[in-house]
Design a protein around this ligand. Sequence first.
Ligand code: PMP
Length: 284
Amino acid sequence: MIYLNGEFMPIEKAVIPVLDRGFIFGDGVYEVIPVYSRLPFRLGEHLERLQASLDGIRLENPHEDSAWQEKIGRLVELNEPEDQSLYLQVTRGVARRAHAFPARTTPTVFIMSSPLLPPTPNQINNGVGAITAADNRWARCNVKSTSLLPNVLLRQLAIDAGCAETLLLRDGQLTEGSASNAFVVSNGILLAPPKSNLMLPGITYDLVLELAAANNVAHELRNISEAELAGADEIWITSSSREILPVTTLNGRPVNDGRPGHVFKRMHALYQEYKAQVMRTAHG
Ligand code: PMP
């Protein structure tokens, strides 16, 4: 079951007009929200980032947070799996094709649920491969825009190389992955690029940094050079669907000894414990 413009229906029944600006221009924004045991994880943070993305493209938020919560809650109930991945998209609606904003349109609002596919034990225990590529995206990567063609092309480079992610370098500095944020452990310190217009402010990125601060994991926000990435003790990628994954090969060479590092193992355990605690609190 999905939600489209005020109605819940089976996905096979859901259609949008061809003149939707999401289809014509990629003129929209989105969120991906994991649901564990029917509980949307960090929903407040996702709705806050949705608002920031809508502000970024000058589109009025069609719903108050309470209305979003209500629709999302209902959709989670209408779908079977206990663990779900919610995809939520808002576009600038349907209008005659012209670049300029239409004078009056109703935004298109779409929410779908898919079964949440967590990282596999093999990915967690052995890590994944990554490659690097030049970050050739626009300069507003902090907006979670549905215009993802650059990200799609960059991710495909990783797939073609038999890898899981492409890590992006802009002016010799690490920005993020094609669909993830990136962390590095160097000289025992957890490093991440500071938030800027050149990366998406990840919900998982924030949580990892919160957990680091709360548990005395030495960490620092600063630029990470290509050389530092290549010589890192550990590299991780993070996202709502992949949680935290260790990168154990980079451009075909092992990262350190080619095994997930001890800082990763600690953070992975802290993350799982945090999730369990949130669910215990919510479900009593
Ligand atoms: N950067 C990009 C480009 C992404 O697509 C994603 C995943 N949506 C992330 C970072 C990670 O963000 P989050 O932790 O909120 O899923």
